[in-house]
Design a protein around this ligand. Structure first.
Ligand SMILES: Nc1ncnc2c1ncn2[C@@H]1O[C@H](COP(=O)(O)OP(=O)(O)OP(=O)(O)O)[C@@H](O)[C@H]1O
Ligand SMILES: Nc1nc2c(c(=O)[nH]1)N[C@H]1C(S)=C(S)[C@@H](COP(=O)(O)O)O[C@H]1N2
Length: 184
């Protein structure tokens, strides 16, 4: 069977959620969502499409947005940015924990450890990750510069994680990021 005779693969859907009081009401331009899109364009070689949202730091709204992206829009992967710190309105990890069936603490541990090489305040991020149904949800800090550091650190494990949850297949550009699939 040649590649041309294989059925076309459905593009994987990736939810991108900017959680920022000021970006959501236009006080500043959202740079986090576009930075995630740019990073995914570099890393992901297989077909994918984005579902982007920009919302304030409101627990119920964040949780509802994550549920909508996973259950209604059918996102295989959801990446959030912002709201992971210690400030009173930072509640993204709580919303993530509320909607996930199981938590994946290794993602947060690795992202904090990599970020610590860049900035000592990396330990202030409570960023986490978890599985809802077959979707993987990952929190990134709000600083747009954190997006490259954090995504590059965890992306090698994301395609295999999605294989295991039964989500869509992601292939990476090996010149940018080598995905590790122990059983392939
Ligand atoms: N989506 C974004 N677009 C552009 N810059 C951002 C964004 N989110 C955060 N930043 C920048 O990173 C800094 C730290 O982000 P942080 O998430 O702690 O913001 P914040 O103080 O919680 O405010 P807000 O929720 O209104 O973004 C911000 O002060 C801002 O300069
Ligand atoms: N890679 C990276 N991680 C980072 C940062 C950063 O600039 N780069 N900022 C830290 C800071 S200052 C804070 S307060 C926390 C939480 O940020 P958030 O509330 O915007 O999510 O992320 C931390 N993690």
């Amino acid at each position: 069977m040649t590649d041309a005779s294989l059925p076309p693969t459905e593009p994987v859907k990736i939810g991108i959620v900017t959680i920022s009081d000021r970006a959501s009401c236009g006080i500043y331009e959202d740079k986090g969502g576009p930075a995630i899109v740019a990073e995914l364009r570099r890393i992901v070689a297989s077909p994918w499409m984005a579902e982007a949202r920009v919302i304030p730091d409101e627990l119920d709204l964040i949780a509802a947005t994550l549920v909508e992206l996973c259950d209604v829009a059918g996102c295989d992967l959801v990446v959030t940015t912002g709201g992971t710190g210690p400030a009173p309105r930072d509640v993204t990890p709580e919303a993530t924990e509320r909607v996930c069936d199981k938590m994946m603490p290794g993602f947060g541990e690795l992202m904090r450890s990599v970020s610590l090489r860049v900035v000592p305040t990396a330990i202030l991020s409570r960023q986490t990750a978890g599985i809802r149904g077959r979707s993987l949800i990952i929190n990134l800090p709000g600083k747009p510069s954190a997006i490259h550091d954090c995504l590059m650190a965890v992306f090698p494990a994301i395609p295999y994680c999605l294989d295991l949850t039964g989500a869509g297949r992601i292939d990476t550009d090996p010149a940018v990021c080598v995905a590790f699939r122990p059983k392939s």
